[in-house]
Design a protein around this ligand. Sequence first.
Ligand code: ATP
Ligand code: MG
Length: 563
Amino acid sequence: MNTETPKTDKPLDFIRQIIAEDIATKKHEEITTRFPPEPNGFLHIGHAKSICLNFGVAAENNGTCHLRFDDTNPDKESTEYVEAIKRDVHWLGYDWGEHLYYASDYFTQLYNFAVKLIEMGKAYVCHLSGEEMRTYRGNLTEPGKKSPYRDRSIAENLQLFEQMRNGEFDEGTCVLRAKIDMASPNFLMRDPVLYRIMKTSHHRTGDKWCIYPMYDFTHCLSDMLENITHSLCTLEFENNRPLYDWVLDTLQTPCHPQQIEFARLNINYTVTSKRKLLELVEDSLVSGWDDPRMLTLSGLRRRGYTPASIRAFCEGIGVGKRESWIDMGILENAIRDDLNTNAPRVLGVLDPLKVVITNYPEDSTETLEALNHPQNNQMGKRMLPFSRELFIERSDFMENAPKKFFRLSEGREVRLRYAYLITCAKVIKDENGEVVELHCTYDPESRGGNAPDGRKVKGTIHWVSAAHSLQAEVRLYDRLFTEEFPDADKEIPFKNFLNPDSLQVLTDCRLEPNLANASASDRFQFERQGYFCIDSEDSSAQHLVFNRIVTLRDSWAKLAGKK
Ligand code: ATP
Ligand code: MG
């Protein structure tokens, strides 16, 4: 696995600067980071940014990056998600080695830390209802009011907390709260909840616990227990930092990781929130978490994105402190760049139109040599069968074509890629006047595509031999949303902006026979059409299914330019 970030002259981002400084000043001998997903859904492209950052920074400094599941809300979490997340992190090219952890492994230790806070007079059991707690919390202009339960004795709090743990109270009847400052300008410091009662089985601890720690209490202590040096998270956690520090300072823990926030990745024309992605899955608006239109890592994988292209994308966008939107075209360019260099070229006809070469002998076949990559001889050659009946792309023929149409039209000559020059002699139509077949003649002297007399033939089109071609279904994908910021307006559901044309299924495509040996991990450029791969879920030897990964050019940029 090669995941080393190539050394470039790019200046270090602000997080890498902090870390370089911490190493220079010997604040830390070894760097330890973590990627802490909650197993309540599949990972998406936003998580890729965090994975590349955390694992990347650790690798660059010979440090360690942990994978830790932040599994403190059994209502929404499952083993299925844990396994999917592990698969996706590995696929992206990162390895946590022996450093796989679960917040649920720390439940006993966390409970003991909570008891310690109570003993210090820094936490109390509160019986206010959720609604009451909200009114007591105050607002931006008014300080909060102290809970009537705030000054309970330590002994009583210890007793009540134990009863909470023993299941003696119903859900929602009480919580454990930190005793901090009800007048703090930071709402999160107004006696935040540390533990709540949830009588739900946990996917790892079963029914052992009926109280579960909150994120703010769990996260800092988990980081501390793992000796994390730099706890990197997204900007929305900026206000949580004082609480992160309060817990560790109050408990006087031996290690105090530094929380640093960076801007999350936002991409236009999509949603990157597990909750929203889950809604799309649950409402069957997509085929599943790995629907190739979803920007989940499993969707991108099935679509045909390479891990290297996603890592290159994350490196390219960089890490900063300001919220910003990244254009979807940048992600698409990352996979285009990769495949332009690495994908072998093949011929495939998406919308076939039959061509009969009337002066070519019946029952005869020959094989012609084709380059796998015109700019890279090292990728070798392959053979293409040629015969009397072919398929070409319907859009490569036009009746009454304008002068500048350099493809096929009655009386015009065109080059078949790697094959011969052909001239269209006759157009055959059905009873509805639709073109169903072309009769052409070929120049037997033009094998390979060059005119023997040096005459100029401008257009070159792709083709396949009808009898040898493979029939395939091809799925063309477009953006899942028509709106650039589908979840910008809180009043209008993001699902209103789904693109009705985001999936187009072509059922009768004809591909060159060499593709019979393709495997799900191969990616190809269908010349003039884009980049394609086998659909790992639905394709079989009997029924080939290909996905279009991306078009050859950014068609959306063109549209935007025309506006
Ligand atoms: P979502 O908002 O999709 O539900 P989350 O933040 O709740 O995501 P977690 O499982 O808690 O999901 O995320 C794990 C890590 O990934 C966190 O450190 C989080 O900050 C980071 N992360 C999540 N979304 C993004 C994003 N869009 N860009 C960068 N990092 C992200
Ligand atoms: Mg989260």
